[in-house]
Design a binder for this molecule. Structure first.
Ligand SMILES: [Cu+2]
Length: 248
């Protein structure tokens, strides 16, 4: 019996310890870059949840199988007999495991909320672009006045804030590589931001069913070395003479 009691306390003790070890690893990752990496944050949270669920679920499965085998009925007229516990022991068996599991849940919820806050708060020095969804594409406007469709060019390593809206129906701006997705709502301004990592092309797609060509509503996020991006901006931005010519 003693052996069983010991076994039952193991999962409850392990869960918070495992969480703490993983938290320390996450803090080290956060100091590495100046622009926070929300993509890594989601991976970190995912791994943490999987470890928690795996450890607790695995240990419970082992204990359950052990008890099922040990206390199985050996002949058809065998009757079980309950173990007598004092009131204090009974309360302990209820409240201590419940407290540990709830504490672990609250810890995970707090980490989740922290990641959420990061995801919803673009860094102050973000490069801002405006994107308007329509059936079926993405119209992009840069702060320098450049406009483009379905190709969002961004400088590498910068925080990019994307202001979102829609011209017709509800769309969603989704970049799977960065684990960011947000609705584009007609008549409303929403936003998301990401850390432009990885020079090259990243899929941009609509993630809200928006009509017959929804599955064809594709674009690209093109991450360029910063100098190359600046050069592209200089070459493509509207010339002053053209933009003010009408008013003169
Ligand atoms: Cu759409």
């Amino acid at each position: 019996m003693k052996k069983i009691k010991w076994l039952l306390t193991v999962p409850a003790l392990l869960a918070p310890a495992a969480s703490m070890a993983k938290e320390a690893a996450g803090e080290a990752a956060a100091v590495a870059g100046a622009v926070p990496d929300i993509t890594e944050g989601w991976w970190h949270l995912w791994n943490e949840m999987m470890w928690d669920i795996g450890l607790i679920g695995g240990l419970f499965a082992i204990v359950i199988i052990y008890l099922l085998v040990k206390y199985r009925r050996k002949n058809s007229d065998e009757e079980g007999k309950g173990v007598k516990l004092s009131q204090l022991a009974a309360a302990g068996w209820i409240f201590i495991p419940a407290f540990l599991f709830i504490a672990d849940d609250i810890f995970l919820a707090a980490k989740n909320f922290e990641q959420w806050q990061k995801m919803r708060t673009p860094p102050a020095e973000s490069y801002e672009v405006a994107v308007e969804g329509y059936m079926w594409g993405f119209d992009i406007t840069y702060p320098e006045g450049i406009t483009a469709t379905n190709e969002l060019r961004v400088p590498e390593g910068k925080a990019i804030k994307v202001n979102l809206t829609s011209r017709d129906v509800v769309h969603a701006f989704f970049v799977p590589d960065y684990k960011v997705k947000w609705d584009m709502v007609p008549g409303s301004q929403t936003h998301l931001w990401f850390n432009a990592k990885g020079i090259g092309e990243h899929v941009l797609t609509c993630a809200e069913y928006c009509g017959t060509m929804h599955s064809g509503m594709y674009g690209k996020v093109i991450v360029m070395p910063e100098a190359e991006f600046r050069k592209w901006v200089e070459e493509n931005k509207p010339k002053k003479a053209e933009s003010t010519g009408g008013e003169a």
